[in-house]
Design a protein around this ligand. Structure first.
Ligand code: ZN
Length: 320
């Protein structure tokens, strides 16, 4: 029978599941809302349901696949069996591998979502297989997968790579972590929304980003921001410029520290807005990068939203 793998991108907002062949080609995929407020057991059931419905599209029994990989938004135990801490899901020490294996009937491996997506980009997209690479994902939050000297950076207690909490402005807005002026508090989609909201509340100019019936934080989707920028909406252009500036600053810091060959950009904001964002990010970054690291290639991933599920399927394949 043909080798098949399941790849799952478990996010705080949505669960994406794909069925892959041994060439890492996606045969079918499906998605559902995570709704983490319903608790761990409910989210586990939703992961299984999403996998089953993707498998149904190609007439496959998930119990018969070679393995499943899950990219989860948090720190993962070194044996790839437990989610140690996932703030966006409200999980601590969750035995996700055992629980999913019991429900799916196939072997399951866990990885950090950003590292898993970085694996997808590295293995499928980058011919040169760089030994030193940073993958940066801009969406609701900001995360990174960092490969240095051929291996993922993990740190003494597996907590390294929290690029979103690099402080870029000590007087900046308060971040979800409690510190002021983190990269994530300045340049994520959440930060963009907060800036738009306070500009509107301060009686600023009318903007396409705000309409009367649409005022919750999750509702400025990246596509809406792109349409506003394309229509030259002043406020949208301004907040996007700031996002590019701070992203460039963060990349300059990372380049000076890590001297990567490639910085690959992904996530919802980049997927929608890379033609506008990447040149601005590159300019802001290179202006502040030391000459020794300036050869870096700063690019948007072509895998887009599929980087996570692709990397997760590769994780399962590598264990087979
Ligand atoms: Zn922070």
């Amino acid at each position: 029978m043909e080798e098949l793998y399941i790849g799952v991108d478990l996010g705080g907002t949505k669960i994406l599941a794909g069925i892959f062949n041994s060439e890492h080609h996606c045969l079918a995929s499906d998605k559902t809302k995570t709704m983490p407020e319903d608790g761990y057991v409910a989210v586990c059931s939703r992961i299984v349901e999403t996998i089953r419905s993707a498998a149904e599209l190609v007439g496959i029994d998930p119990a018969k696949v070679n393995g499943a990989g899950i990219g989860a938004p948090g720190s993962i135990s070194s044996d790839e069996s437990r989610v140690l801490f996932a703030p966006n899901l409200g999980w601590r020490d969750a035995p996700l591998k055992a629980d999913l294996e019991a429900q799916l009937g196939c072997p399951v491996w866990l990885g950090n979502d950003c590292n898993v997506a970085a694996t997808g980009i590295h293995r499928l997209e980058l011919e040169a297989k760089p030994n030193d690479m940073v993958s940066l994902f801009l969406g609701t939050g900001i995360g990174a997968g960092i490969i240095t000297n051929g291996v993922f950076l993990s740190g003494a207690t597996r907590a390294a790579g929290e690029v979103g909490h690099m402080v870029l402005d000590p007087d900046g807005p308060v971040c979800g972590c409690g510190t002021r002026g983190c990269f994530e508090a300045l340049a994520s989609r959440t930060a963009i929304f907060n800036k738009v909201k306070s500009a509107v509340n301060d009686g600023g100019e009318l903007t396409q980003l705000m309409v009367a019936d649409d005022e919750s934080v999750t509702r400025i989707r990246s596509g809406k921001l792109r349409r506003a920028v394309e229509a030259a909406d002043k406020l949208a252009v301004h907040v996007l410029d700031e996002t590019c500036f701070y992203t460039g600053l963060a990349i300059a810091n990372l380049c000076n520290l890590l001297n990567p060959e490639v910085v690959a950009l992904g996530g919802g904001l980049i997927e929608q807005l890379h033609p506008v964002m990447v040149p601005k990010i590159r300019d802001a970054a290179l202006e502040r990068t030391m000459p020794g690291s300036r050869q870096v290639r700063i690019m948007a991933t072509a895998l887009g939203d599929d980087a996570g599920i692709t990397g997760a399927a590769i994780l399962a394949h590598d264990h087979n």
